[in-house]
Design a protein. Structure first.
Length: 330
C-alpha cells in the first residue's frame, strides 16, 4: 500500500505493506470469510478494568495499530506514557458516552462481514492477484475516520452513528453528517483499500483531469465490488443531488473546459471539484459537493462501455487515454 495521507477521506497511513494473493482451489477463486477485528471492544474492555496484563496483551495483539491509534486519538504513541494517556483521554464522560453508543450500535457486525466476504470474491474475479486486507474497528472520538497500518484497514465506528445523532450536531455540517451512517461502512472500507493500494495516482504533477479520473476509477471499482449498491449508495448523494448532476452534466463539463480547468495543476481548483462540501462552488451553489468526482465516474463509465474494458484495464489506463478514447463529451 502507498504511504500517502488522503485529506479527502480522513485517512492516515503508516507502516504500509502490500496486499497478498487470492486463495484458489483448482483454479477457481474461493469466497474468503472475513472477520472484522474488534480493536474497539478490546480497548473498551481495558478501560473498564485496566491492568498490566491487559496492557501487555494489547501490545502483543496490536503492535502497529495500537501506536497508530494513539497518534490519532490522543497524539501520543510513547510506550512509557501510552496507557495513562489512553485512560485520561477516555475519562471524559461525554467521550465515554459516545464510545458506549458506538459499541451498542455495532455490537453485531455480521452484516458487514458478510458484505466484505462477498466483495472479496469479486476482488479475486476482477483484480487478479489482489486480496482484500484485514479489517478492524476503533473509536477515535470524531477524529480520523480510517487508519491503515500494514495490511489492515480500521474505521472509526463513532463516525457512523447516523445523520441525527445528537453529538454530531455541534461538530459536523449537514453535508458531513450525510455520509456518517452505517450503510457506508463497507463502502468506506473498500474505498480506503482502493485509494491506498489499487488506484495509482499520477506520479507526476496531478491535474484536475487526473484527479477526477482517479476518483472515477474508485467509484467505478466500488460499483463492481458492491453490485447491490445503487449510484447514491456509492457516491453518498441524495437522489436529488445525483439528479441535479445528471440534469446539469453538460453545464458541469462546459464549466470545466471553458475555464481551462481540465489540465490545471492548481491544488485549490482541484480540491474545489473533488473535496466534500455543501456544494461545488466553482460550478453552482445549487450543485452538490464532489461534482468533479461524479464527473470522473461518468468519464470512466463512458470509457468502460465504449472499450469493453475490464476493471483492471481501467485502473491501469491513464486519465488522458480514458478521456480521449472514451469520447466523453456530454
Amino acid at each position: 500500500m502507498k504511504n500517502i495521507v488522503y485529506p479527502l477521506t480522513f485517512i492516515i497511513l503508516s507502516f504500509i505493506g502490500c496486499s497478498g494473493t487470492t486463495k484458489k482451489n483448482g483454479g477457481l477463486p474461493q469466497q474468503e470469510k472475513i472477520t472484522v477485528i474488534r480493536f474497539d471492544k478490546d480497548i473498551y474492555n481495558y478501560l473498564q478494568q485496566p491492568d498490566s496484563v491487559k496492557e501487555s496483551g494489547l501490545k502483543n495483539k496490536y503492535p502497529l495499530l495500537l501506536p497508530a491509534f494513539g497518534r490519532i486519538a490522543m497524539d501520543n504513541s510513547d510506550p512509557d506514557t501510552y496507557f495513562p494517556a489512553l485512560r485520561d483521554h477516555f475519562s471524559h464522560s461525554a467521550l465515554m458516552q459516545i464510545y458506549k453508543d458506538a459499541l451498542n450500535a455495532f455490537d453485531d457486525v455480521v452484516i458487514y462481514e458478510n458484505e466484505l466476504s462477498e466483495a472479496s470474491l469479486r476482488v479475486s474475479e476482477n483484480l487478479a492477484g489482489k486480496k482484500l486486507p484485514g479489517f478492524a474497528m476503533h473509536v477515535s472520538g470524531f477524529k480520523e475516520n480510517v487508519i491503515i497500518v500494514n495490511d489492515l484497514v480500521s474505521i472509526s465506528i463513532d463516525k457512523y452513528l447516523g445523520y441525527n445523532y445528537a453529538a454530531y450536531q455541534e461538530f459536523f455540517e449537514p453535508f458531513e453528517r450525510q455520509q456518517m451512517q452505517a450503510q457506508y461502512i463497507v463502502r468506506d472500507y473498500l474505498k480506503a483499500w482502493l485509494m491506498s493500494d489499487i488506484v495509482k495516482t499520477n506520479a507526476g504533477e496531478q491535474t484536475l483531469l487526473s484527479a477526477m479520473v482517479d476518483e472515477g476509477k474508485i467509484l467505478y471499482a466500488l460499483s463492481i465490488l458492491l453490485p447491490g449498491k445503487d449510484e447514491n449508495d456509492i457516491t453518498g448523494y441524495y437522489p436529488s443531488q445525483s439528479g441535479w448532476c445528471r440534469q446539469n452534466e453538460k453545464t458541469i463539463w462546459r464549466n470545466i473546459v471553458k475555464r481551462n480547468y481540465l489540465y490545471s495543476t492548481d491544488h485549490m481548483i482541484i480540491t474545489r471539484f473533488i473535496n466534500d462540501g455543501a456544494c461545488t462552488a466553482a460550478i453552482s451553489k445549487d450543485s452538490p459537493g464532489r461534482a468533479g468526482a461524479w464527473t470522473g465516474w461518468r468519464i470512466v463509465n463512458q470509457y468502460a462501455k465504449k472499450k469493453g474494458a475490464s476493471l483492471q484495464d481501467i485502473i491501469d489506463t491513464d486519465a488522458q487515454t480514458i478521456l480521449k478514447e472514451g469520447g466523453y463529451n456530454p
